[in-house]
Design a protein around this ligand. Structure first.
Ligand code: GRF
Length: 192
């Protein structure tokens, strides 16, 4: 690993397709970041197995094993420190981080969100875009702050909403863009 590659951890809860896209991108010799750690808050997240198959340290830090949210986040924080992590990418991490945790990693946590923020923070973004009759939808990578899905935007990608779209077709179209956007946004964030 080159001295200048940033050491990145990806936090997931499930299949981890965005994490896979980040891992694939970081294999390129000139990519400025390396995914060296994957943490899931779910023991059975499919993404953990993938990460291990790529020889990336992959650890479940399950909330159920801890007394409270603060204790689980402390465990995550310690693990990040032990692995000399410089930047965190949330990729389908379905647990809201506390302000205390975010403050410890201020400006160093990225998230990918499946909407054109500031439109549709929170859940069910594709359904909400369809319900609103939007002609364009997309995804956003932003810096995580104490306010949900509201931090500074790093990059966005748009997709058209087509006649006849349903949640599945729109989700799939956005996901293709997510997999291109997140590696690009991470490279931009670490090169700043
Ligand atoms: C993605 O749509 C992402 O935007 C959202 O959660 C989903 C995670 O998918 N935050 P995956 O686990 O990366 O496949």
């Amino acid at each position: 690993m080159s001295e200048r590659e940033k050491r990145v951890a990806v936090l997931i809860s499930g299949r981890g397709s965005n994490m896979k896209a980040l891992v694939a991108a970081s294999r390129a010799p000139d990519y400025p970041a390396k995914i060296v750690l994957v943490i899931s808050n779910k023991q059975d997240a499919a993404g953990l197995e993938f990460a291990r198959s790529e020889n990336i340290t992959a650890i479940a830090i399950d909330a159920k094993a801890y007394q409270d949210r603060a204790a689980q986040e402390d465990a995550i924080h310690q693990t990040l420190i032990e692995h000399n992590i410089e930047l965190i990418c949330l990729a389908g991490y379905m647990r809201i981080l506390t302000e205390n945790f975010v403050a410890k990693w201020s400006g160093k946590i990225l998230n990918i969100h499946p909407s054109l923020l500031p439109k549709y923070p929170g859940l069910n973004t594709h359904q909400r875009a369809l319900d609103a009759g939007d002609k364009e939808h997309g995804c956003t990578v932003h810096i995580v702050t104490g306010e949900l899905d509201a931090g500074p935007i790093v990059a966005q990608a748009e997709v058209p909403v087509l006649p006849g779209d349903d949640v599945d077709s729109l989700t799939a179209r956005v996901l293709i863009e997510e997999h291109k956007l997140y590696p690009r946004a991470l490279a931009m964030a670490v090169s700043k």
